[in-house]
Design a protein around this ligand. Structure first.
Ligand SMILES: Cc1ncc(COP(=O)(O)O)c(C=O)c1O
Length: 428
């Protein structure tokens, strides 16, 4: 467990040679720490193992997992594409010098302003979510006398989350149009064919998150390839790109069975080769990993204050952050592992719930975990917090957002720690 650069020497944890306890002296807690080695090796694994003989592979980094200018720089260094789901994401990406033609714009309810912004900034690919949005986009492109490459988002009726996947018959996702709704598909295809400004390149699907089972992706590949082939033939329309979305799982808990990027990508590439060997219409496959690129790279460091023993028997270990820097346990019962960075070899024999300082009983970092004897000032490290932690952070209770540092050979501040004056910046 832990990022690639983590090393334990005696009782202390180090990241790429930096003692974690010393880092907090300089940067204070809570502190998000990203391991550069882990991020780069995840990207390199995708580039090495997502490859086949019968398709061009394209990797889109799903920026909702973690988006700051320094990361944009790294993504661009590897010539990945990157997604965005709001005008804010697009703005941050463009201001960080990411090439607009390599951006993929997602979202189930893009506003008129957002679509205009995307067109004006020549965003490479827009993933249209629904028929209403298609009409809006056509109107904007006609008014501006321009054309746009698009994918259309479909709901393939596969709902894969955590260790299970079910092929649901309900098709009630808020994202995309159902591939089984023949009427809407017919309307979409006829509208696109009648328009001179929409260039439909293919379809998109995203079947869930934290998926550890290849079977879910196999089902998605089978369904999507078949469907895209059928539509291409029926409407005599060239559809060279298929986007399979993201959702590749990572290890959060010690006992969690996790497929490596290498194994998952080898399975997926092999299946794609099998089905695309007989299909000369789909030339390019896109995937959209987010969590698996940045999640394992991250740890969050907190200062522990005390263990509060309650009359009812629960022991609470208080740390100086909470749901403001990690909302995932409160949002969907996510579980994280933790250690005390200055007591790595000490016996863990005290059962606690690790909780934050927010005014919510659900402000939990980790329930039911054994820790060693805690002294005020001990530093806790929570693993695998690189994805959907910083990007979902908030200022609830006017807590200040922590700094994010990137630790490689050198240390780079990816995002500064908020100051008290930042809390008033919108009120002046
Ligand atoms: C459309 C789409 N693509 C990609 C992703 C990234 O998923 P993950 O971070 O689980 O790889 C998401 C996440 O919600 C998504 O909605």
């Amino acid at each position: 467990m832990g990022p690639k650069g983590l090393e334990i020497i005696g009782n202390d944890a180090y990241l790429n040679g930096y003692k974690l306890e010393s880092l907090v002296k300089q940067y204070t807690t809570p502190l998000y720490v990203m391991d550069e080695k882990s991020i780069r090796s995840a990207i390199e694994d995708y580039q090495t193992y997502f490859k086949g003989n019968y398709f061009k592979s394209s990797i889109i980094y799903a920026s909702k997992a973690f988006l700051v200018p320094k990361l944009v720089e790294i993504i661009n260094e590897y010539h990945l594409y990157m997604d965005a789901v709001s005008i804010g994401d697009l703005y941050v990406a463009l201001q960080s010098n990411f090439p607009p033609q390599d951006l993929v714009f997602h979202g189930n309810n893009k506003s008129f302003e957002e679509l205009n912004f995307a067109i004006d900034n020549k965003i490479g690919l827009i993933v249209v979510d629904n028929y209403h949005e298609l009409q809006q986009l056509i109107a904007i492109c006609e008014a501006k006398k321009t054309t746009q490459n698009i994918l259309f988002r479909l709901n393939p009726g596969i709902n894969a989350h955590t260790h299970k996947y079910i092929q649901t018959a309900k098709y009630t996702s808020k994202f995309g149009e159902s591939m089984y709704d023949e009427k809407i598909i017919d309307k979409i295809m006829n509208t696109i064919k009648a328009s001179t400004c929409m260039h439909l390149k293919g379809f998109h699907a995203h079947i869930g998150s934290q998926i550890h089972e290849f079977g879910a992706f196999r089902a998605e590949i089978n369904k999507m390839v078949k469907f895209q082939e059928k539509i291409s033939t029926k409407y005599q329309y060239d559809l060279p790109i298929l986007n399979l979305g993201g959702g590749f799982g990572i290890q959060y808990e010690h006992h969690e069975k996790n497929m490596s990027i290498k194994d998952m990508m080898m399975h997926i590439s092999q299946r794609l080769d099998e089905v695309l060997k007989e299909n000369n219409k789909i030339k390019e496959i896109m995937i959209e990993p987010g969590r698996s690129i940045v999640g394992p790279a991250g740890i969050t460091l907190y200062t522990c204050s005390q263990i509060k023993k309650t009359y009812g028997g629960t022991n609470y270990l208080f740390v100086d952050g909470g749901m403001t820097d990690n909302i995932r346990p409160a949002l969907y019962n996510a579980t994280y592992e933790c250690d005390i960075v200055n007591k790595m070899q000490e016996k863990k024999d005290i059962l606690v719930d690790v909780v934050g300082k927010c005014c919510e009983s659900g402000d939990i970092i980790r329930k039911n975990v054994y820790v060693p004897h805690i002294d005020n000032g001990d530093i806790m490290m929570v693993y695998a917090t690189g994805a959907y932690n910083y990007s979902m952070s908030s200022n609830y209770n006017n807590l200040l957002k922590p700094a994010v540092i990137l630790v490689g050979e050198e240390i780079t501040v990816m995002s500064k720690k908020e100051q008290l004056s930042d809390l008033l910046r919108l009120f002046k």
